[in-house]
Design a protein around this ligand. Structure first.
Ligand SMILES: C[S@@+](CC[C@H](N)C(=O)[O-])C[C@H]1O[C@@H](n2cnc3c(N)ncnc32)[C@H](O)[C@@H]1O
Length: 273
Protein backbone atom coordinates (compact mmCIF):
# COMPACT_ATOMS: atom_id res chain seq x y z
CA UNK A 1 0.00 0.00 0.00
CA UNK A 2 1.38 3.42 -0.97
CA UNK A 3 1.11 6.54 1.14
CA UNK A 4 0.76 10.00 -0.35
CA UNK A 5 0.34 13.43 1.22
CA UNK A 6 -2.47 15.62 -0.16
CA UNK A 7 -2.92 19.08 1.32
CA UNK A 8 -0.94 18.06 4.36
CA UNK A 9 -3.11 15.00 4.99
CA UNK A 10 -1.44 11.58 4.78
CA UNK A 11 -3.64 9.13 2.88
CA UNK A 12 -3.26 5.43 2.14
CA UNK A 13 -3.73 4.83 -1.55
CA UNK A 14 -3.54 1.64 -3.53
CA UNK A 15 -2.37 1.92 -7.12
CA UNK A 16 -5.07 1.87 -9.79
CA UNK A 17 -6.04 -1.56 -11.11
CA UNK A 18 -3.79 -3.42 -8.68
CA UNK A 19 -6.74 -4.93 -6.82
CA UNK A 20 -9.16 -6.22 -9.43
CA UNK A 21 -12.66 -7.24 -8.48
CA UNK A 22 -14.03 -10.59 -9.65
CA UNK A 23 -15.79 -10.64 -13.00
CA UNK A 24 -18.83 -12.55 -11.69
CA UNK A 25 -21.16 -12.47 -8.73
CA UNK A 26 -22.34 -8.87 -8.53
CA UNK A 27 -25.87 -7.54 -8.08
CA UNK A 28 -27.16 -6.79 -11.63
CA UNK A 29 -27.44 -3.06 -12.33
CA UNK A 30 -30.74 -1.34 -13.14
CA UNK A 31 -29.32 0.24 -16.30
CA UNK A 32 -29.23 -1.95 -19.40
CA UNK A 33 -26.00 -2.66 -21.30
CA UNK A 34 -27.33 -5.03 -24.00
CA UNK A 35 -24.01 -5.25 -25.90
CA UNK A 36 -22.30 -6.44 -22.71
CA UNK A 37 -25.09 -8.84 -21.75
CA UNK A 38 -24.54 -10.87 -24.91
CA UNK A 39 -20.73 -10.85 -24.71
CA UNK A 40 -18.76 -13.95 -23.70
CA UNK A 41 -16.77 -13.85 -20.45
CA UNK A 42 -13.56 -13.83 -22.45
CA UNK A 43 -14.53 -10.83 -24.58
CA UNK A 44 -15.79 -8.88 -21.54
CA UNK A 45 -12.57 -9.62 -19.64
CA UNK A 46 -10.60 -8.34 -22.61
CA UNK A 47 -12.73 -5.19 -22.76
CA UNK A 48 -12.15 -4.63 -19.04
CA UNK A 49 -8.38 -4.94 -19.55
CA UNK A 50 -8.24 -2.95 -22.78
CA UNK A 51 -8.98 0.46 -21.28
CA UNK A 52 -7.81 2.10 -18.03
CA UNK A 53 -11.20 1.94 -16.31
CA UNK A 54 -11.59 3.65 -12.93
CA UNK A 55 -15.28 2.91 -12.39
CA UNK A 56 -17.57 -0.02 -13.09
CA UNK A 57 -21.14 -1.12 -13.67
CA UNK A 58 -22.82 -4.54 -13.64
CA UNK A 59 -24.53 -6.24 -16.58
CA UNK A 60 -27.74 -8.30 -16.48
CA UNK A 61 -25.65 -11.44 -15.79
CA UNK A 62 -24.03 -9.98 -12.67
CA UNK A 63 -20.70 -9.38 -14.43
CA UNK A 64 -18.37 -6.42 -13.95
CA UNK A 65 -17.98 -3.99 -16.88
CA UNK A 66 -15.07 -1.61 -16.16
CA UNK A 67 -12.98 -1.70 -12.99
CA UNK A 68 -12.66 0.07 -9.68
CA UNK A 69 -9.88 2.65 -9.33
CA UNK A 70 -8.72 1.44 -5.92
CA UNK A 71 -10.21 -0.22 -2.88
CA UNK A 72 -10.75 3.32 -1.53
CA UNK A 73 -12.03 5.07 -4.64
CA UNK A 74 -14.85 4.00 -6.97
CA UNK A 75 -14.87 0.63 -5.21
CA UNK A 76 -18.64 0.22 -5.58
CA UNK A 77 -20.57 -0.23 -8.81
CA UNK A 78 -21.99 3.01 -10.23
CA UNK A 79 -25.71 3.70 -9.83
CA UNK A 80 -27.25 4.73 -13.15
CA UNK A 81 -29.06 7.09 -13.22
CA UNK A 82 -27.50 9.07 -10.42
CA UNK A 83 -30.15 10.76 -8.19
CA UNK A 84 -28.96 14.21 -9.28
CA UNK A 85 -29.82 13.40 -12.90
CA UNK A 86 -33.26 12.15 -11.83
CA UNK A 87 -33.71 15.52 -10.06
CA UNK A 88 -32.50 17.40 -13.15
CA UNK A 89 -35.04 15.58 -15.32
CA UNK A 90 -37.85 16.25 -12.84
CA UNK A 91 -37.08 19.96 -12.82
CA UNK A 92 -36.43 20.63 -16.51
CA UNK A 93 -37.87 17.61 -18.42
CA UNK A 94 -34.90 16.70 -20.62
CA UNK A 95 -37.02 14.88 -23.24
CA UNK A 96 -36.66 17.58 -25.90
CA UNK A 97 -33.45 19.16 -24.54
CA UNK A 98 -29.83 19.21 -25.64
CA UNK A 99 -27.40 18.53 -22.78
CA UNK A 100 -23.71 19.40 -22.52
CA UNK A 101 -21.86 17.32 -19.93
CA UNK A 102 -18.65 18.84 -18.56
CA UNK A 103 -16.03 16.25 -17.51
CA UNK A 104 -17.78 13.11 -18.79
CA UNK A 105 -15.14 10.78 -17.23
CA UNK A 106 -16.15 7.19 -18.14
CA UNK A 107 -19.64 7.86 -19.49
CA UNK A 108 -21.75 6.76 -16.50
CA UNK A 109 -23.65 10.06 -16.30
CA UNK A 110 -23.44 10.38 -20.09
CA UNK A 111 -25.36 7.12 -20.59
CA UNK A 112 -28.07 8.20 -18.12
CA UNK A 113 -28.40 11.59 -19.80
CA UNK A 114 -28.60 9.95 -23.27
CA UNK A 115 -31.47 7.79 -22.06
CA UNK A 116 -33.46 10.90 -21.04
CA UNK A 117 -32.48 13.82 -23.28
CA UNK A 118 -32.95 14.51 -26.98
CA UNK A 119 -29.20 14.88 -27.54
CA UNK A 120 -26.05 14.76 -25.41
CA UNK A 121 -22.53 16.08 -25.93
CA UNK A 122 -19.83 15.06 -23.47
CA UNK A 123 -16.44 16.74 -23.12
CA UNK A 124 -13.35 15.81 -21.12
CA UNK A 125 -9.71 16.90 -21.21
CA UNK A 126 -8.40 13.29 -21.05
CA UNK A 127 -8.54 11.42 -24.34
CA UNK A 128 -8.78 8.07 -22.55
CA UNK A 129 -11.99 9.30 -20.86
CA UNK A 130 -13.40 10.31 -24.24
CA UNK A 131 -12.73 6.78 -25.54
CA UNK A 132 -14.17 5.10 -22.41
CA UNK A 133 -17.29 7.29 -22.58
CA UNK A 134 -17.87 6.32 -26.20
CA UNK A 135 -17.41 2.64 -25.35
CA UNK A 136 -19.57 2.73 -22.20
CA UNK A 137 -22.42 4.42 -24.05
CA UNK A 138 -22.22 2.26 -27.16
CA UNK A 139 -22.42 -0.86 -24.95
CA UNK A 140 -25.77 0.58 -23.81
CA UNK A 141 -26.86 1.22 -27.41
CA UNK A 142 -26.47 4.99 -26.91
CA UNK A 143 -24.47 7.32 -29.15
CA UNK A 144 -23.55 10.76 -27.75
CA UNK A 145 -21.09 13.13 -29.40
CA UNK A 146 -17.92 13.18 -27.26
CA UNK A 147 -14.97 15.54 -27.66
CA UNK A 148 -11.57 15.99 -26.07
CA UNK A 149 -11.74 19.57 -24.74
CA UNK A 150 -9.89 21.29 -21.91
CA UNK A 151 -12.52 23.52 -20.28
CA UNK A 152 -9.84 25.86 -18.92
CA UNK A 153 -8.89 26.86 -22.48
CA UNK A 154 -10.76 28.79 -25.20
CA UNK A 155 -13.84 26.98 -26.48
CA UNK A 156 -12.79 25.35 -29.78
CA UNK A 157 -14.50 26.76 -32.90
CA UNK A 158 -14.72 23.34 -34.51
CA UNK A 159 -17.27 21.88 -32.09
CA UNK A 160 -20.76 23.12 -31.26
CA UNK A 161 -21.13 23.06 -27.48
CA UNK A 162 -24.29 25.17 -27.17
CA UNK A 163 -26.97 23.45 -25.08
CA UNK A 164 -30.29 23.87 -23.31
CA UNK A 165 -28.98 22.26 -20.12
CA UNK A 166 -25.46 21.92 -18.75
CA UNK A 167 -24.51 18.98 -16.48
CA UNK A 168 -21.47 20.05 -14.43
CA UNK A 169 -20.58 17.53 -11.72
CA UNK A 170 -17.27 17.07 -9.93
CA UNK A 171 -15.18 19.37 -12.13
CA UNK A 172 -15.30 23.01 -10.94
CA UNK A 173 -13.19 22.36 -7.81
CA UNK A 174 -10.44 20.89 -10.01
CA UNK A 175 -9.98 24.09 -12.02
CA UNK A 176 -7.25 26.69 -11.63
CA UNK A 177 -9.46 29.44 -13.12
CA UNK A 178 -13.02 28.40 -12.27
CA UNK A 179 -14.48 31.89 -12.71
CA UNK A 180 -13.01 32.38 -16.18
CA UNK A 181 -14.29 28.89 -17.04
CA UNK A 182 -17.82 29.63 -15.78
CA UNK A 183 -17.93 32.95 -17.64
CA UNK A 184 -17.03 31.20 -20.92
CA UNK A 185 -19.08 28.04 -20.54
CA UNK A 186 -22.31 29.37 -19.00
CA UNK A 187 -22.65 31.57 -22.10
CA UNK A 188 -23.39 28.30 -23.96
CA UNK A 189 -26.41 27.51 -21.77
CA UNK A 190 -29.93 28.38 -22.95
CA UNK A 191 -31.98 27.29 -19.94
CA UNK A 192 -30.44 25.55 -16.95
CA UNK A 193 -27.26 24.49 -15.20
CA UNK A 194 -26.81 21.68 -12.70
CA UNK A 195 -23.59 22.31 -10.77
CA UNK A 196 -22.25 19.89 -8.17
CA UNK A 197 -19.01 21.03 -6.60
CA UNK A 198 -16.92 21.34 -3.49
CA UNK A 199 -16.86 24.82 -1.97
CA UNK A 200 -14.41 26.42 0.47
CA UNK A 201 -14.48 24.96 4.00
CA UNK A 202 -14.98 27.41 6.86
CA UNK A 203 -11.78 26.84 8.83
CA UNK A 204 -9.17 27.45 6.11
CA UNK A 205 -7.08 30.33 4.79
CA UNK A 206 -9.21 32.25 2.30
CA UNK A 207 -7.66 34.11 -0.62
CA UNK A 208 -9.22 36.38 -3.25
CA UNK A 209 -8.86 36.34 -7.04
CA UNK A 210 -11.06 36.66 -10.14
CA UNK A 211 -13.54 38.61 -7.95
CA UNK A 212 -14.27 35.68 -5.60
CA UNK A 213 -13.02 34.35 -2.27
CA UNK A 214 -11.53 30.86 -2.48
CA UNK A 215 -9.43 28.15 -0.82
CA UNK A 216 -6.22 27.18 -2.64
CA UNK A 217 -6.15 23.40 -3.27
CA UNK A 218 -3.14 21.53 -4.68
CA UNK A 219 -4.12 19.34 -7.64
CA UNK A 220 -2.84 15.84 -8.46
CA UNK A 221 -1.98 16.28 -12.15
CA UNK A 222 -2.60 14.68 -15.54
CA UNK A 223 -1.96 11.07 -14.47
CA UNK A 224 -4.70 11.02 -11.86
CA UNK A 225 -7.90 10.27 -13.82
CA UNK A 226 -10.07 12.34 -11.47
CA UNK A 227 -7.90 15.45 -11.17
CA UNK A 228 -7.57 18.83 -12.82
CA UNK A 229 -4.98 19.45 -15.49
CA UNK A 230 -2.99 22.15 -13.69
CA UNK A 231 -1.05 22.74 -10.47
CA UNK A 232 -3.81 23.91 -8.21
CA UNK A 233 -7.54 24.50 -7.98
CA UNK A 234 -9.77 27.10 -6.35
CA UNK A 235 -12.64 26.05 -4.09
CA UNK A 236 -14.95 29.07 -4.18
CA UNK A 237 -16.83 30.36 -1.11
CA UNK A 238 -20.49 29.30 -1.57
CA UNK A 239 -21.92 32.81 -1.19
CA UNK A 240 -19.58 34.10 -3.92
CA UNK A 241 -20.42 31.17 -6.22
CA UNK A 242 -24.16 31.85 -5.92
CA UNK A 243 -23.53 35.56 -6.54
CA UNK A 244 -21.43 34.74 -9.59
CA UNK A 245 -24.14 32.50 -11.09
CA UNK A 246 -26.69 35.32 -10.65
CA UNK A 247 -24.28 37.76 -12.30
CA UNK A 248 -23.93 35.27 -15.19
CA UNK A 249 -27.65 35.47 -15.90
CA UNK A 250 -29.21 32.69 -13.82
CA UNK A 251 -32.26 34.34 -12.26
CA UNK A 252 -33.08 31.36 -10.07
CA UNK A 253 -30.21 29.71 -8.16
CA UNK A 254 -31.28 26.89 -5.84
CA UNK A 255 -28.72 25.29 -3.51
CA UNK A 256 -30.59 22.00 -3.35
CA UNK A 257 -28.04 20.01 -1.28
CA UNK A 258 -25.21 20.86 1.10
CA UNK A 259 -23.16 17.76 1.99
CA UNK A 260 -20.25 17.30 4.39
CA UNK A 261 -18.05 14.90 2.41
CA UNK A 262 -14.75 13.33 3.42
CA UNK A 263 -12.81 15.78 1.23
CA UNK A 264 -14.80 18.83 2.33
CA UNK A 265 -18.13 20.65 1.93
CA UNK A 266 -19.98 20.03 -1.30
CA UNK A 267 -23.12 21.50 -2.86
CA UNK A 268 -25.65 20.65 -5.55
CA UNK A 269 -27.01 23.71 -7.33
CA UNK A 270 -29.80 23.90 -9.89
CA UNK A 271 -29.82 27.26 -11.66
CA UNK A 272 -31.99 28.50 -14.51
CA UNK A 273 -32.31 31.60 -16.68
C1 LIG B 1 -13.76 14.02 -10.31
S1 LIG B 1 -13.99 13.58 -11.99
C2 LIG B 1 -15.76 13.73 -12.11
C3 LIG B 1 -16.28 12.89 -13.24
C4 LIG B 1 -17.79 12.86 -13.44
N1 LIG B 1 -18.31 14.15 -13.86
C5 LIG B 1 -18.48 12.37 -12.21
O1 LIG B 1 -19.18 13.14 -11.55
O2 LIG B 1 -18.35 11.18 -11.89
C6 LIG B 1 -13.42 15.04 -12.86
C7 LIG B 1 -13.51 14.91 -14.36
O3 LIG B 1 -13.23 16.18 -14.94
C8 LIG B 1 -12.27 16.03 -15.95
N2 LIG B 1 -11.49 17.27 -16.04
C9 LIG B 1 -10.62 17.75 -15.13
N3 LIG B 1 -10.10 18.92 -15.56
C10 LIG B 1 -10.64 19.16 -16.76
C11 LIG B 1 -10.49 20.19 -17.73
N4 LIG B 1 -9.63 21.21 -17.53
N5 LIG B 1 -11.20 20.12 -18.87
C12 LIG B 1 -12.06 19.09 -19.07
N6 LIG B 1 -12.25 18.09 -18.21
C13 LIG B 1 -11.54 18.12 -17.06
C14 LIG B 1 -11.44 14.82 -15.54
O4 LIG B 1 -10.72 14.27 -16.60
C15 LIG B 1 -12.51 13.91 -14.95
O5 LIG B 1 -13.14 13.15 -15.93
Amino acid sequence: MLTRVYNGIKRRVSGPHDERLPLHGHEPGAFDFPEVNRMSDEELSRLNELLPWSSWVVDANGRRFGNRYTANKRNNAETIPDHRITGLHQRYDLTDKSVLEIGCFEGNHTAALCSLAESVVGIDSRIEHVVKTLVRCSMAGLYPRVHCVDVEQEIPDAVDLTCDVMHHVGVLYHLEKPVEHLRRYTALVGEALMLDTHVAPEDVEIRQDEGVRYWHFDEHGRDNPFAGMYGHAKWIVLEDLVGLLKELGFADVDVAEQRAERSGPRVLIYANR
